[in-house]
Design a protein around this ligand. Sequence first.
Ligand SMILES: Nc1ncnc2c1ncn2[C@@H]1O[C@H](COP(=O)(O)OP(=O)(O)OP(=O)(O)O)[C@@H](O)[C@H]1O
Ligand SMILES: [Mg+2]
Length: 224
Amino acid sequence: MSPDGEPMVRATSISRSFEGIQVLRNLDLHVQRGEFISIVGRSGAGKSTLLGIVGAQDTAFRGKLLIDGSDVEELDRRQLAALRRTTIGFVFQDFYLLPNLTALENVLLPAVFAGSDLEMATAQAREVLNHLSVRIDDTMTSVLSRGERQRVAVARGLVNRPQILLADEPSASLDDQSEKTLFNLLDELRAEQGFALVAVVHSGRVLERCDRVLELREGKLHEA
Ligand SMILES: Nc1ncnc2c1ncn2[C@@H]1O[C@H](COP(=O)(O)OP(=O)(O)OP(=O)(O)O)[C@@H](O)[C@H]1O
Ligand SMILES: [Mg+2]
C-alpha cells in the first residue's frame, strides 16, 4: 500500500516513440484514487499507447511512472507481473479473449493466475456477466457477438478487484442502452470497491458522467 495522499498513478514527462516517430511527448498524468478520467483524441493520437504504458505493459518509455507509489522502472519482471495481475485491471481495445473458452472461463483466467479465491471470483464474475446480460453457459466466446465479447472483456478486467481499471473504448461496440448499463455498473462497483477508472471514450453520454476529460493531442494531455 502506498503512502497516504500518493495518487494512484503519477506519470511525469512520459515520452514514447515508434521507429523514430514520437507519439507521446513529455506527457504528465496524475490519477487520484477512485477518480474517473476519460481520455479522448483522434485516431492515432496515442491513446492506446498511453494506456499500455500506464498499465505497465509497455515499459519502453522515457520518463517516470509511479503506480500505487511504486516506480515501475525499479520493479523486476516478477514484480511488474504481480502489479499487472493485482493492482491493474485492463480492457483491451481488441478484447484479446481466448476464443475456445466460455465467457466465464475467460473472466476467471486472471483470477487463476493471481491465485485468487476462485469461489469468490466466480461469484463476482457470474454477477457481473449476468448484470451485463452475457450468457453463462458452455458457449465458446468465438461465437458471441462483438458487443457480448466486449462485455466479457470488461468483466475480466474487474475480476481481481483492481485499484485502477484501464479500459480502451469499453463501449465502442455497444448500443446506447447497453453502454448505460455498463457504466451504471462501473459506477456501482467503483462506489463499493473504490477503484479509479481511466477509459478511452468517444461517447458524449459517457463524457458527461466522468470526473475529468483529458484530450490527447500532439503527444500531451490537455484539459478538455
Ligand atoms: N507497437 C507499435 N509499433 C509501431 N507503431 C506503433 C505501435 N503502437 C502504436 N504505434 C503507432 O503509434 C501511434 C498511436 O497509436 P495508438 O494505437 O496509441 O493510437 P490511438 O489513439 O489508440 O488510436 P485509435 O483511436 O485508432 O485506437 C499510431 O501511429 C500507431 O501506428
Ligand atoms: Mg486505440
